[in-house]
Ligand binder design. Structure first.
Ligand code: MUC
Ligand code: MG
Length: 385
């Protein structure tokens, strides 16, 4: 710890000292195969952490991954190993309510490993919120909104199946915006698929697309006008994450707004994207930013640059989704809605009380902390041996 910081003080009655940290790898099958440009999953893997304070309060957090270390560099195996060997020891004995100081400790113990750090930071917020009887959003500045427009992602790659799936979501009044995952096949095949979807859903639903870095600059410039003609509202991460200047050139010629995802992990990345005028919107995700406090810093840089905010996901269970909703609920602006449909694509959830999805919105779970509790039986059921 830098000398300018006070040493951890004994708490004034509430005893918020971190006493123990336990991590579990869980694997939950999905209702159907989910195909992205460079990976395909039939099961979602998370690390669930449980942080116990000296006062007996327990906080929970989740680190989501997608396809092992293929969406980003972290996998559940690396996350659990880093937490157990490096990050948990750095927090034991620290005060849970000193969130920024906890971040300093975690950053001193390990470079990046943002998903692992975000799970721990969520658990600290949850434990402190439970101790004080306050929702995490209150600890972040207070609730600005308690319900969020929520989209559904179409990612089987089969347009017939995708139209049927979208129709089901529309008639159940669950989702009326759909994100289509592209890039697993040729651009021409994806354009045909999107034309079918846009035609079938015209006037009843909005479409956005996510290429997950699959296209290059030339393909993007060639295909974006067609997406504009189909009425696609937003195009996410068309080019590789490293190609910020390319993204800016694509944006300058794009009839459709562009969203940065894999190219914005840190607030520094956000500043680079903003200075390059490379995006209209940014997708906020705890696994990228390393926690709620850092997510708010990324959001602040985006706001300062006039870049819109979107509540991104990595197919979190209700634990991770609830943490995100508390973060999103505390932001002044969230103009592009959110995509925390994760709990609905799982064949089972990890919590006692599922999140509420209704009337095309997902609701902030009420109650202290992140508002959801682990179901011990479900945890046992999905925990890896
Ligand atoms: C991503 O890249 O946005 C979020 C929803 C989904 O289907 O995939 C993720 C990751
Ligand atoms: Mg994305």
């Amino acid at each position: 710890m830098p000398e300018t910081l006070l040493p951890d003080a004994a708490d004034t009655g509430r005893d918020l000292m971190v006493q123990s940290i336990v991590s579990h790898v869980v694997d939950v099958p999905t209702v159907r195969r989910h195909k992205l440009s460079s990976l395909s999953v039939a099961s979602q893997s998370y690390v669930i952490v449980r942080v116990r304070l000296a006062n007996g309060a327990e906080g929970i957090g989740e680190a989501a991954t997608l396809g092992g270390p293929r969406w980003s560099e972290e996998s559940v195996e690396s996350i659990k190993a880093t937490i157990d060997a490096h990050l948990a020891p750095a927090l034991i004995g620290a005060r849970a309510d000193q969130f920024e100081r906890a971040g300093i400790r975690l950053d001193a113990a390990a470079k990046r490993n943002n998903a692992a750090k975000s799970a721990l930071e969520t658990a600290l917020f949850d434990a402190v919120g439970r101790t004080l009887g306050l929702p995490v959003a209150a600890l972040l500045g207070g609730v600005v909104r308690d319900r969020f427009p929520v989209l559904w992602t179409l990612a089987s790659g089969d347009p017939g199946q995708e139209i049927e799936e979208a129709e089901g979501k529309l008639s159940a009044k669950l989702h009326n915006t759909f994100k289509v995952k592209i890039g697993a096949q040729s651009p021409e095949a994806d354009l045909d698929r999107l034309r079918r979807l846009a035609g079938a859903l015209e006037g009843r639903a909005s479409l956005i697309v996510d290429a997950n870095q699959a296209w290059d600059e030339t393909v993007s410039i060639r295909c974006l006008p067609a997406l504009g003609e189909m009425g696609v509202k937003l195009v996410e991460q068309p080019v590789p994450a490293w190609n910020i200047t390319g993204l800016a050139r694509v944006r300058a010629r794009s009839p459709v707004p562009l969203m940065a995802d894999e190219c914005v992990f840190s607030a520094h990345d956000m500043l680079t994207v903003a200075c390059a005028a490379a995006a209209d919107v940014v997708s906020l995700k705890l696994v990228k930013h390393g926690g709620l406090l850092n997510m708010r810093k990324v959001a602040a840089v985006a706001e300062a640059a006039g870049i819109g905010l979107y509540g991104g996901c990595l197919l979190e269970s209700s634990v991770g989704a609830a943490a995100h909703l508390h973060g999103f609920g505390s932001l002044r602006e969230l103009g592009w809605g959110c995509e925390h449909f994760g709990p609905q694509i799982l064949t089972g959830d990890l919590v006692t009380e599922p999140l509420r999805f209704e009337d095309f919105h997902v609701y902030l779970p009420p109650g202290p902390g992140i508002g959801v509790r682990l179901d011990p039986e479900q945890l046992r059921r999905y925990a890896r041996e």
